[in-house]
Design a protein around this ligand. Structure first.
Ligand SMILES: [Zn+2]
Length: 396
């Protein structure tokens, strides 16, 4: 009996020992797990938290820096210095910045800045214009177009109107920048009925000249046999000059040519007049020679009949080599893009012979003054005088 008791007591002791051991193991494991979790929490709280735009879209002339794409930074510092970004041109820029995290580890990040012109031009204009029947108004005269791209933009008019018909016309000014952002503003043109007394006075004033309109509403005036359209002297196949007209290049043409020549010289380009003023008789000799060589039909595509040559006006000139190959020279390329600044136009542009009546002449320039030249330049897509004024160029 006594022996049985002892065995039982031993067994109990062993069970207790085992229990204590298990408890110890569990406690140790728990401490290890808790320590790992704690360390992880601490490390996590010190981890770099960086948020930035991969692509930053900005407008032309926006004020931005190289660090503007960064939205948030925690547990780290930016090592790259703040710098201004030049946004005056439409382009893409790759930007790099360096960040040091809590553990002193340095990493480089990249993003792209896209500079775009998203703004449309602004048009300053008068909301309501008024004129009297038959009295033409220059609807673009006081219109100012401004754009963030700082380019020169010539507005156009959309809608139909007739200065010879009283009424109220709802029209639009349209201005487009080179990024195709378009501004459109509505304005009203009021054409009031003409008073009869005024008509008599105007007719008296014009007894020496003949007044008419082109298909685009410009005045056609003839004075002493010379035709002016919208105030500009016109010579083409439809409109001729009297045989007595002209005596050399006009002072304005010569002065502005010299200004243009100097500007070209600064670009190391040489521009010179190879043919300026041509008298009626000189043109007659030239044309008759061409006709006897090539026939009348062929001669008419490249040479003017006497009285129809723009060279007789003293406003036109041929530069450098009078040959198709001139178009490929640096001089020709510069002239096409810059001549308007000096009041000259490329008179016979490529692909416009159905308007001008002449094939492409990269060497022939006509002085019209800076205003009209800028309009016809049309951002490099030259408009012909015929198209602009709404006139023809065909022999009767
Ligand atoms: Zn010419």
């Amino acid at each position: 009996m006594e022996e049985k008791k002892v065995v039982l007591k031993r067994k109990k002791k062993l069970v207790l020992k085992k229990k204590a051991f298990a408890f110890l193991i569990i406690t140790i494991l728990t401490i290890i797990i808790l320590t790992i979790i704690l360390v992880k929490i601490i490390l996590n709280s010190k981890k770099l938290n960086l948020e930035y735009e991969k692509e930053l879209n900005v407008s032309l002339n926006d004020k931005i820096t190289n660090l503007d794409a960064i939205r948030k930074i925690k547990n780290g510092k930016i090592l790259t210095k703040k710098k201004k970004i030049n946004t005056t041109k439409i382009r893409k820029i790759k930007v790099t910045f360096e960040v040091e995290d809590y553990f002193k580890k340095k990493t480089k990040y990249h993003y792209i800045i896209i500079i775009n012109d998203k703004e449309k031009p602004t048009i300053k204009y008068t909301k309501e214009l008024e004129t009297e029947e038959g009295k033409e108004l220059d609807l673009l005269k006081d219109v100012i177009v401004e754009d963030n791209s700082r380019e020169k933009i010539t507005p156009t008019i959309e809608g139909e109107y007739d200065f010879n018909k009283a009424g109220e016309y709802k029209l639009f000014y349209v201005a487009k920048d080179s990024s195709k952002n378009e501004a459109r503003e509505e304005f009203i043109l009021k054409v009031t009925e003409k008073k009869i007394e005024k008509k008599v006075v105007e007719e008296k004033k014009e007894n020496n000249s003949n007044r008419n309109k082109t298909s685009k509403g410009f005045d056609i005036t003839t004075k002493n046999g010379v035709t002016y359209i919208g105030g500009y002297l016109i010579v083409n196949k439809t409109y001729s000059l009297p045989s007595s007209y002209g005596n050399g290049l006009t002072g304005e043409t010569r002065n502005n040519f010299n200004r243009m020549k100097s500007a070209a010289k600064e670009e190391n380009l040489d521009i010179f007049i190879s043919s300026g003023y041509r008298s009626y008789n000189r043109q007659k000799t030239l044309y008759n020679n061409y006709v006897s060589n090539d026939g009348k039909e062929e001669a008419d595509t490249y040479s003017a009949r006497p009285g129809h040559s723009e060279h007789q006006s003293g406003l036109a000139l041929d530069v450098n080599t009078v040959d198709d190959s001139f178009a490929n020279t640096e001089e020709a390329k510069w002239l096409v893009e810059n001549c308007y600044k000096y009041g000259f136009i490329l008179r016979y542009p490529k692909g416009k012979s159905n308007e001008t009546g002449y094939k492409y002449e990269p060497w022939h320039f006509r002085y019209v003054g800076e205003d009209l030249a800028t309009k016809l330049y049309n951002n490099g897509n030259w408009i012909t005088m015929e198209n602009y004024f709404g006139i023809t160029s065909t022999y009767k």
